[in-house]
Design a protein around this ligand. Structure first.
Ligand code: CP
Length: 332
């Protein structure tokens, strides 16, 4: 059962085998999260070798389709596919025929003509990955849809925390900032719940979505609540999801003064994470971002191996479950 829910099946016809996708963190269970993190750890070891390329996905095609800006996610998926020897294309909306008015569905149909094995999609519309899943024969990975989900970000964050603390269960994570517009917060809260860690979401009242506590976190505007956290996870203000003239805080200066993460707000032993891009001096003080307690660069490194693990898992797990992490000696 876990295998079916793990990366959700999409049965389009009775004759086609079901396709596995990674669209929402909610589709995952603890078993597959642990499997993906263990696979990522094995890939991390492979990257310590001089020859970093593995032949695992030779002959497979990965299409990265990015309708929203990205540095980390787009580059890490591209590098992940290359490190696994897949053929990879990265298509950005700007400069593609989307500029000429081509719809998402027609774009998906067009790319499907190349018979890609995986399409990684980032889109500003919630549900866009599902639409592409229905329009193509590829495995779909959601690289962020609107303010809904960013499952590989949550996985790389879990991986980073596990590397830093040696365990996930029982960790206390304070997620601070613009929770309302954040797909990262939603996915991370759900992921933490699955692995028995605790999340507290902290931000200005107008940036705390109503009912967010129901997905498994405490919700408060009191920044002093970060005191008990092992991890302070900072989010930027997502102005690209705000309408012109919409104000959720009186000013960025006030936001920074009340909720910005400074060295003075942290206690010894806490680590700081941020999905990026960071806005120094707004949600995070430069002294924090550049301190030894910052795991931000480690998150970027984790992104590569976790995305290698996701591509590997989607493309190599046949009808029989891959019930153990990949053995590099087997795939090399
Ligand atoms: N964290 C994240 O999704 O970063 P990018 O927007 O640069 O991909």
């Amino acid at each position: 059962m876990a295998e079916i829910r793990a990366i959700s099946d999409d049965v389009r016809t009775s004759t086609e085998p079901p396709k596995r996708h990674l669209i929402s963190i909610e589709d995952l269970d603890r078993e597959i999260i642990e499997r993906l993190l263990a696979t990522a750890r094995n890939f991390a070891r492979s990257l310590e070798r001089e020859m970093k390329k593995l032949p695992t996905l030779r002959g497979r095609t990965v299409v990265n389709l990015f309708f929203e800006s990205s540095t980390r996610t787009a580059s890490s998926f591209e590098l992940a596919a290359k490190r696994l020897s897949a053929d990879v294309m990265t298509i950005r909306a700007v400069g593609s025929s989307v500029d000429k008015g081509e719809s998402l569905k027609d774009t998906a149909h067009t790319l499907n003509a190349y018979q890609p094995d995986v399409i990684v999609i980032r889109h500003f519309q919630i549900g866009a990955p599902r639409l592409v899943a229905e329009a193509t024969g590829a495995h779909i990975v959601n690289a962020g849809d609107g303010k809904h989900q960013h499952p590989t970000q949550a996985l790389l964050d879990l991986y980073t925390m596990q590397e830093a603390f040696g365990h996930l269960a029982g960790l206390q994570v304070a997620i601070v900032g613009d929770i309302l517009h954040s797909r990262v917060a939603r996915s991370l809260v759900q992921a933490l719940r699955i692995v028995d860690a605790q999340a507290t979401c902290i931000g200005p009242p107008a940036l705390l979505p109503r009912g967010f506590g129901q997905i498994g976190c405490e919700v408060t505007s009191d920044i002093t609540q970060i005191e008990s956290a092992d991890v302070v996870y900072v989010l930027r203000m997502q102005s690209e999801r705000m309408a012109a003239g919409e104000n959720f805080v009186p000013s960025l200066r006030e936001y920074s003064a009340r909720w910005g993460i400074t060295p003075e707000r942290l206690r010894p032993g806490q680590v700081v994470m941020h999905p990026g891009p960071i806005n120094r001096g707004v949600e995070i003080d430069a002294r924090v971002a550049d301190s030894p307690d910052s795991l931000i660069e480690m998150q970027v490194r984790s992104g590569l191996v976790v995305r290698m693990a996701v591509l590997y898992d989607l493309l190599t797990k046949g009808p029989v479950s891959l019930a153990r992490p990949v053995d590099l000696n087997e795939v090399a």
